[in-house]
Design a protein around this ligand. Structure first.
Ligand code: TMP
Length: 253
């Protein structure tokens, strides 16, 4: 088979030209980076887990009518996705204070927020993805007022879906980041969830013990990252330890 044309290589994924116009193949690497790539490593198996987990979350979102770029998984590391024009923002939803918000506002990590808070960061590695306001976003033309309303609604629907899913398996969704893209249907544009949803882009804490099951394990040197992601996958019934059969979600009492 002819080698696919590489479109873009990011820190954790590679995008290749897809088999049909309007599609890409998204390849999940094992590379892990943190603190704007100052800390980096290769974590064997991470790409396989994130491919499976992102498939699981995006398929679920598609089923409840939240549009995503996901079409189908191709193999252990690749999925077919719809091409979209990515809005240059990281859309973050927070349910509990953690990470940069805890630091910025002097809040203790784990403090419950009065309601889910949506934040936007401008995607620019050289600037360290700075937090921006709606004013910046509209003034600089990164998104319109209508896009802002649609992005917030989309992000909150993803939050409800993901929080419920995680709660069912004994995990607290502390916060997460999504990227949103535009697709055109005739003259109309629609916003869809793009990129990935995985423990790389969420904070996931065990409800009972508070154990971290996300990329903070790598960022903060808390143990084995693959073990943490495998535990999330196992609880969701996405990929059992032996990876040969699918199981049902495990209800945690
Ligand atoms: P933060 O507390 O570091 O701002 O991160 C908030 C959430 O966004 C957390 O779940 C991790 C995720 N995130 C990414 O996925 N990519 C990033 O580049 C950053 C800064 C955060």
């Amino acid at each position: 088979m002819a080698r696919r044309k590489k479109i873009y290589e990011g820190k954790a994924k590679i995008l290749y030209e897809g088999p049909e116009p309007g599609t890409f193949v998204q390849y999940f690497k094992d590379d892990a980076t943190a603190y704007n790539a100052e800390k980096r490593d290769v974590i064997e198996g991470k790409g396989v887990l994130n491919n499976r987990l992102s498939e699981f979350f995006m398929l679920g979102l598609n089923h409840i009518g939240v549009p995503t770029h996901f079409i189908k998984r191709i193999n252990m590391r690749e999925q077919l996705i719809r091409s979209a024009e990515i809005i240059p923002l990281e859309v973050i939803v927070r349910n509990y204070a953690a990470g940069s918000m805890a630091k910025r506002l002097g809040l203790e990590e784990g403090t419950a927020l009065p309601r889910p808070i949506v934040e936007f960061c401008y995607k620019d590695d050289a600037l360290g993805d700075p937090l921006v306001s709606e004013e910046h976003i509209i003034a600089f033309g990164w998104a319109s007022q209508q896009d802002m309303d649609d992005m917030i609604a989309l992000a909150l629907r993803v939050n409800d879906f993901m929080s419920g899913l995680m709660y069912g398996v004994g995990i607290k969704l502390v916060d997460f980041k999504i990227e949103i893209g535009r697709v055109w249907e005739g003259d109309y544009q629609r916003l869809i969830v793009a990129d990935e949803i995985s423990p790389d882009s969420c904070r996931l804490w065990d409800i009972k013990t508070g154990q971290k099951l996300d990329k903070d394990v790598f960022r903060r040197d808390l143990g084995n990252l693959t073990d943490a992601y495998t535990e999330v996958a196992r609880r969701l019934g996405v990929m059992p330890a032996n990876a040969t059969q699918m199981t049902k979600p495990t209800l945690i009492n």
